[in-house]
Design a protein around this ligand. Structure first.
Ligand code: AMP
Ligand code: MG
Length: 417
């Protein structure tokens, strides 16, 4: 048997992303329902924000021509709370004004009330103690958004602050990409669901909860096709079922080329598959391909196939390979940026003297001294390493380092919301 090719993580990722095309279907949702979705169409503001020049302080609107000297006294000729309009500010007068209220015509500065004094018995006069500069404490009309101009660009991932921007632009609904539908199943005769008795030599299916939660965290609908026994027929049948109505199928386990590994022959029979050895640790085997949709035998290519990514079975391996490969693939299908996750140079507070031939992803945690601690057991079966840790050190092949050296740290928060 020929050995599958060994790829670097970057080569594998480039290959995956070269195939992923954003979904084209969209839906229009009320603002709150659009949280976590991807904007499909750019939107322009319906209004200027703010709608008029207004004050950012409680105080007095004045003409700087009247207040060149500190201690100038002005007649309080009008009062402008937020939500009301003032009138022309006549020379020698001031307007009592409150945060958010429009600056009256004729005024060119606001003096905050702390810089003013009202004399006993002279309630209709204000003494300006610090001469203002023109434009002081005035928020300009349209400085945030301009009517008719771009408020949010297509492709924007909608966080709470983007919903707020859209609302300030006067919008009620947003047109977003449809949700992705991702199917998952978990191969292994040794697996039981928590709540069921363990088989002799068995273990609980932890990948189900890790991977379904990863899929949902990225804003996709997840369908669980359960535990699938290590048999070619069962694997093929589950692939056929999962291909219907889904954009992507994710599996764990069975991607090696042993006698009990049925992913490769099953996907090959139901579609097409590349099996890769990726020079990473944890991880290594990863399968990428597509399954013919059994519900669309004759459509165009986009509809005739469901993408397939087979992850290794070891719990840390499947988690890390999901983050490194499945996540960017999903982001691209969703129409989002799929660039490298945010990483930071950080100080390692541990020695790593046995640089591996493969690109290693070490489970680490930031300590109180601002350095990184290493989880002592880096086995790909020890999932508590990922739960203890708050991120990964991306350690290039063959690289050893000593405590005090700088390393590349990727927080889990940069990978999953
Ligand atoms: P495999 O990739 O199928 O050779 O599995 C590699 C290792 O991961 C074996 O020790 C499996 O028992 C374990 N494993 C596979 N699937 C799961 C799962 N869903 N949950 C927990 N461990 C698993
Ligand atoms: Mg297995």
């Amino acid at each position: 048997m020929t050995k599958p090719p060994m790829l670097t993580a970057q080569q594998a990722l480039d290959h995956l992303l070269s195939h992923a095309k954003p979904v084209s279907e969209t839906e229009t949702l009320p603002m709150q329902a659009a949280l976590g979705r991807v904007l499909a169409e750019s939107v322009n503001s319906l209004v200027d924000v703010p709608p008029l020049d207004n004050t950012s302080m409680d105080g007095y609107a004045v003409r700087t021509a009247d207040t060149q000297n500190s201690g100038s006294t002005l007649k309080i000729a009008q009062r402008i709370p937020a939500g009301s309009m003032g009138t022309q500010l006549e020379p020698g007068t001031a307007a009592r004004i409150f945060t958010g209220a429009p600056v009256p015509p004729g005024a060119d500065a606001v003096v905050m009330q702390e810089d003013c004094a009202i004399s006993e018995g002279l309630a209709d006069q204000v003494q300006v103690n610090i001469a203002p500069t023109s434009g002081q404490w005035i928020r300009r009309r349209g400085e945030d958004l301009t009517a008719g101009k771009l408020a949010l660009a297509a492709g924007t991932f909608l966080r709470p602050q983007e919903l707020g921007v859209a609302a300030s632009a006067g919008l009620t609904h947003l047109t977003v990409k449809r949700k992705l539908r991702v199917a998952a199943f978990f191969t292994g005769d040794e697996l039981s669901l928590p709540g069921e008795p363990l088989k002799p030599g068995g273990i609980y299916n932890s990948n189900r909860d890790t991977l379904l939660a990863c899929i949902k965290s990225l804003g996709c609908d997840a369908t669980d096709f359960g535990i699938v026994p290590d048999s070619l027929e069962a694997t093929k049948e589950t692939l056929r079922n999962a291909s219907k109505d889904h954009d992507l199928i994710i599996t764990s386990g069975g991607v090696s080329v042993g006698e009990e590994d049925h992913i490769k022959p099953a996907v090959t029979a139901e579609g097409r598959l590349d099996l890769w050895q990726i020079a990473i640790k944890p991880g290594k085997p990863l399968a990428f391909g597509a399954v013919r949709k059994s519900d669309h035998p004759n459509g165009n290519l986009a509809q005739t196939e469901t993408w397939f990514i087979g992850l290794p079975g070891n719990p840390v391996s499947s988690f890390v390979t999901f983050l490194l490969f499945v996540r960017p693939f999903i982001l691209k299908l969703q129409g989002r940026e799929a660039g490298a996750p945010q990483s930071y140079p950080m100080r390692a507070d541990f020695d790593w003297l046995k640089g591996d031939r493969r690109n290693e992803f070490l489970r680490v945690k930031i300590n109180a001294q601002g350095g990184l601690d290493l989880f002592p057991n880096q086995s790909s079966g020890v999932l508590t390493s990922a739960s203890w840790g708050d991120g990964l050190v991306d350690c290039p092949p063959g690289q050893a380092f000593k405590a005090g050296d700088m390393v590349k740290y990727i927080p889990f928060s940069a990978l999953l919301p």
